[in-house]
Ligand binder design. Structure first.
Ligand code: MTE
Length: 317
């Protein structure tokens, strides 16, 4: 994010929403014919480990936006940020195939009565999977509309007992130089760590995502488990999470360490607070030409503004 790059996606790379819709219908038919979705049974453990496989029956969420067309899947898999796989927008799509997503476990520790480690297979069975169509706004000025698949973060809180000291929660991404070549280079202070205030994490919009577009999460988008917080800039959504740590004090995140005057702890989408080097007033949707106005809290003000009542959001950017 410190490196500015023009937004360039060849039009040949972009699947139109119609093609996306047809493809999804096809996936659904496939699931109904030979899969297990028609029986109301979850896909098998192996099926859940292969990006592109259908996630079967999903609950549609009242939190989904239906005002915007979903961004073509191909744009989301070929253009993004995952610095562990390289600094360019096409690096994740080119290099993330090196990530091994099984075996995978997530350790939950810090301010909890007893630390626990969960296998990804257990996590996948915690709750029925929901489809949540969310707007996503990247701090660099591009945006997207993504049908994520996952479950609310609060599902985790049903399975661990936090102490009275837990005020914040950190999300740690994997940092394995064997699989992630750029972890050998100090682009950031690895591992990639993001964090939320506990009430933000508990907010029903905060999602732990395991897939998108009805399918198992592509590796470049953060398989097997990533965070999605739609009212914040996209960098809050840590990918390929291996550790969730509850803490008492406001943590330093990877981006705060990299650029303390450019990246604040809150990082709520705010068109009125420019980034130190560019305006945040407008955004360009992936696959679109014209820019559009950025909305406060990325359009989720009604749901989340009360979390910040009385706070100066210029100071707490
Ligand atoms: N998580 C990790 N581990 N490493 C990263 O570099 N980049 C962040 C976020 N999560 C990043 C990460 C940024 S800057 C953005 S905008 C989003 O992932 C991009 O998600 P996407 O590629 O699925 O669109």
């Amino acid at each position: 994010m410190l490196i500015r790059r023009p937004l360039q996606i060849p039009s040949s790379e972009i699947t139109t929403p119609l093609v996306y819709a047809e493809r999804r219908d096809f996936m659904r038919l496939l699931a109904a014919g030979i899969g297990t979705a028609s029986l109301g049974i979850s896909p098998s453990a192996e099926a859940l480990d292969a990006p592109g496989n259908s996630l079967g029956k999903l609950i549609s969420s009242p939190f989904s936006t239906h005002d915007d067309k979903p961004t073509p899947l191909k744009s989301m898999t070929s253009y993004g940020n995952f610095y562990e796989f390289g600094p360019d927008k096409d690096s994740p799509g080119k290099n993330a195939h090196r990530l091994r997503t099984r075996p995978w476990s997530v350790t939950v520790d810090g301010e909890v009565k007893a630390a626990k480690t969960f296998a990804i297979e257990d996590i996948l069975s915690w709750a029925p999977l929901e489809e949540r169509i969310y707007r996503m706004r990247c701090v660099e000025g591009w945006s997207a509309v993504v049908p994520w698949v996952g479950f609310p973060f609060s599902e985790l809180l049903k399975r661990v007992e936090i102490t009275g000291n837990a005020k914040f929660v950190e999300f740690w991404s994997l940092a394995d130089p064997e699989q992630m070549p750029y972890v050998r280079i100090p682009l950031l202070d690895w591992p990639y760590v993001e964090a939320l205030r506990l009430d933000e994490a508990r907010h029903p919009l905060s999602l732990l995502a395991v897939g998108m577009y009805g399918e198992v999460m592509p590796k470049q988008n953060g398989a097997p488990l990533r965070l999605v917080v739609p009212w914040k800039y996209g960098f809050k959504g840590a990918k390929s999470i291996v550790r969730i740590r509850f803490v008492e004090k406001q943590p330093q995140t990877a981006w705060m360490k990299a650029g303390p005057d450019e990246y604040g702890f809150y990082s709520n989408v705010n068109p009125d607070v420019p980034h130190k080097r560019w305006s945040q007033a407008t955004e360009r949707r992936l696959g679109e030409f014209l820019k559009r106005k950025t909305l406060p809290f990325n359009g989720y003000a009604e749901q989340v503004a009360s979390l910040y009542a009385g706070m100066d959001l210029r100071k707490n950017f």
